[in-house]
Design a protein around this ligand. Structure first.
Ligand code: CTP
Ligand code: 5RP
Length: 403
């Protein structure tokens, strides 16, 4: 069944899944209060992506120079309350996955080989924790299972899934059906159709008490392993555990067809451009311009941090787009300081950073001093470090002269 790839998200998502600021704070409170038990993740990535029809399995396809699987790993890895992330890959792609882990600096990943079906791959992933003598891989209380090809999963949903799994034994994300489900006869005639509002699409992530889902996989039949598509069903059938179902956002869709790669790229690009940090100097004209920008860019998530406060470094790590408005001619020390901070935090490794330096010249003298040459040199230098630096010089001297 085709997924609802055209449905747009209600609010922007960051790749690697930064939340909107309000959601981030409330999530922080929820997380601090609630997740005081070990949580691990299994990401089944052992498929061949037949429906995608590319020689490379879709989980290894690149979006903006980074494999899809790495985005999904990052969505989990950045969460402090998540421990080990087991990535289950086809045997022939084991080394490729190890290369990805190294190149993108993933620190929580264990790679294991998959099986011939998704359920077999997941079971292989779960078995990593079943050897209780291996103290390096302690058994988690809750395990989250999430398809490696669903990169846009956010912390608020993961928390809900995790807490519900701890309480109920199993939980899963659901979405309304996009199309009506019908049963066909063997001759391809309509047999019957289901009442769409009564049914839901079962999505990922799903969460389980580890003992429940491991026991379910240990007991399930060869038929389940071969043809089953639903982990929640195994928990119900073999452990009598009724999963708690939680509504998820439209961005949970599974990258399945070629067009989904383009859709994923569009979401990543859109979210990268949806937040900005404005850093104004202290002069009245500069503050005025910063205010105008703030009003006109109000559809973006925004921080305005006065340069003088020197407290903007924390804010830098929340976004990738910066506008520095100043009247001083010298910009290089500020930009170098910013680039150094961002480099130390590895902030520019995956996506480019954009710095727009706006210089206001109000006197004839400063307007004549052409600082743009310096800026062009600096822009060429920082480009090597994945920073796109732009300069805008606004000459107010004529306005001053005519007043
Ligand atoms: N033997 C398998 C088959 C699938 N998966 C994983 O299960 C997830 C969901 O499966 P699906 O989207 O169906 O992936 P593929 O099986 O690769 O795709 P297709 O059905 O088009 O071949 C994917 O992350 C896929 O890599 C797996 O780990 N092991
Ligand atoms: O649908 C699902 C929910 O249970 C699974 O997420 C899974 O994606 C199914 O994979 P497949 O396409 O291999 O059946």
């Amino acid at each position: 069944m085709e997924q609802d790839v055209c449905a747009s998200s209600d609010r922007p998502l960051n790749p690697g899944c930064l939340l909107s600021r309000d959601a981030e704070w409330s999530t922080q409170r929820m997380r601090d209060a609630a997740v005081d038990f070990p949580v691990a993740v299994v990401l089944p990535a052992g498929g061949s992506g037949e429906r995608m029809g590319l020689p490379t399995p879709k989980q290894f396809c690149s979006i903006l120079n980074r494999p899809l699987i790495s985005y999904t790993v990052q969505a989990f890895e950045r969460l402090s309350w998540i421990g080990t992330i087991v990535v289950v890959v086809p045997k022939e792609n084991h080394d490729l996955m190890l290369d990805i882990v190294q190149k993108f600096n993933h620190t929580k990943v264990t790679v294991v080989n998959g099986g011939s079906t998704r359920h077999r791959s997941i079971f292989n992933g779960l078995q990593v924790f079943s050897n209780i003598t291996d103290s390096l891989m302690p058994k988690p209380k809750v395990i989250i299972i999430h398809d490696a090809v669903r990169p846009f999963v956010e912390e608020d949903l993961l928390l809900k899934i995790t807490l519900a799994a701890k309480e109920q034994g199993a939980s899963g994300a659901i979405r309304p059906l996009v199309s009506t489900v019908i049963a066909t006869t063997s001759e391809n005639f309509l047999d019957h159709s289901l009442e769409r509002t009564k049914y839901r699409a079962s999505e990922m992530p799903q969460g389980f008490l580890y003992d429940i889902i491991f026991q379910a996989y240990q007991q399930c039949s060869e038929f389940d392993f071969e043809f089953g598509t639903e982990c929640l069903h195994l928990a119900l059938q073999y452990c009598g555990t009724n999963a708690k179902l939680i509504d998820g956002p439209p961005t949970l869709w599974k990258v399945t067809y070629k067009r989904d790669l383009a859709a994923a790229e569009a979401i990543i690009k859109e979210t990268l451009s949806m937040s900005v940090c404005i850093i104004p100097g202290a002069e009245a004209e500069v503050v005025e311009l910063a205010k105008t920008l703030e009003i006109n860019l109000n559809t973006m998530e925004m921080d305005v941090i006065p340069y003088a406060k020197q407290s903007y470094m924390d804010c830098l790590l929340k976004t990738r787009n910066f506008i520095h408005v100043s009247m001083s001619g010298s910009t290089s020390s500020w930009i170098n300081e910013v680039v150094k901070t961002l480099e130390e935090a590895d902030h520019a490794r995956l996506y480019p950073l954009v710095i727009i330096w706006v210089q206001l010249n109000i006197t004839k003298q400063s307007a004549e001093s052409n600082k743009m040459d310096d800026l062009i040199g600096l822009a060429t230098e920082v480009l090597q470090r994945n920073v796109l630096l732009y300069g805008i010089q606004i000459d107010l001297s004529k306005r001053v002269a005519s007043e």
